[in-house]
Design a protein around this ligand. Structure first.
Ligand SMILES: [Zn+2]
Ligand SMILES: [Zn+2]
Length: 240
């Protein structure tokens, strides 16, 4: 008996071609590396400048907490936006395609926390652009010390979100579980709903802004299970 030939959609073919470009063209790994060093380098320049500012300890504490909340929300919204993107044939299409594979991934390659912090910052092109623009404004026009501190903490928490997501998938150490229990790291049971269900729990720093993001997603977004997740099928079939 001859098996019926599988027909693939234009999106599935575009996705597989984008992944081929991602895996074979060195430019994509190089861009990730440049973005990783730009994001981490610029955030540490800002952090040093923040600590040398005249702000008091209490104000620093308030800004750290405020940035912790806002970074969870903003990074969650970027995640939501990325989960719905389909421009596989554009120059940045390979980054979009590679991003969509995270829904099927129960664990990540084990590596030291610092490497996760650096390497995963390489996917944050939006943050690299924002930090360069902020740096230009700060140098040429000047910014208030509290703004400088807030942006420094926000940038750090945005990179740390990648670590929080990694720990959520890969580690069950006592200190990780303790921090997850108090929502200072992304709680595992909460985050796994993003992988098991559709259109929920996009936040990945601490997950506390998910009620807000889920409300937005319900109202304005179609979700990923019946859309972008299906685009990965041809690529995944070839991997088997
Ligand atoms: Zn996702
Ligand atoms: Zn995850």
């Amino acid at each position: 008996m001859v098996e019926a030939e599988q027909t693939w959609s234009a999106a599935q073919i575009g996705f597989a071609q984008a992944m081929m470009r991602y895996e074979t063209r060195p430019i994509y790994a190089r861009i990730s590396r440049v973005v990783a060093y730009a994001v981490v380098g610029l955030q540490w320049v800002l952090l040093v400048a923040a600590w040398r500012s005249a702000l008091g300890v209490v104000m620093h504490g308030i800004l750290v907490c405020a940035a912790f909340v806002l970074a969870d929300f903003v990074n969650g919204m970027v995640h939501l936006y990325m989960d719905h993107q389909r421009g596989y044939r554009s120059f940045v299409g390979p980054f979009v395609a590679a991003f969509h594979l995270h829904h099927d991934r129960p664990n990540y390659t084990e590596k030291p926390i610092f490497r996760v912090y650096l390497d995963e910052s390489g996917s944050k092109i939006w943050l690299a652009v924002a930090l360069v623009l902020f740096g230009i404004v700060a140098v040429f026009f000047g910014v208030a010390p509290w703004v400088l501190c807030f942006v420094a903490y926000f940038a750090f928490w945005s990179s740390w979100a990648e670590v929080s997501h990694f720990l959520c998938h890969n580690r069950k150490d006592a200190w990780v579980l303790w921090l997850q229990k108090y929502w200072l790291l992304l709680p595992r049971a909460h985050h796994m709903q993003h992988h098991r269900f559709d259109n929920v729990n996009y936040a990945f720093l601490n997950g506390m802004s998910d009620p807000l993001i889920n409300g937005w997603a319900r109202r304005f977004c179609r979700g990923y299970v019946g859309t972008t997740d299906l685009d990965t099928a041809l690529y995944q079939a070839r991997q088997k």
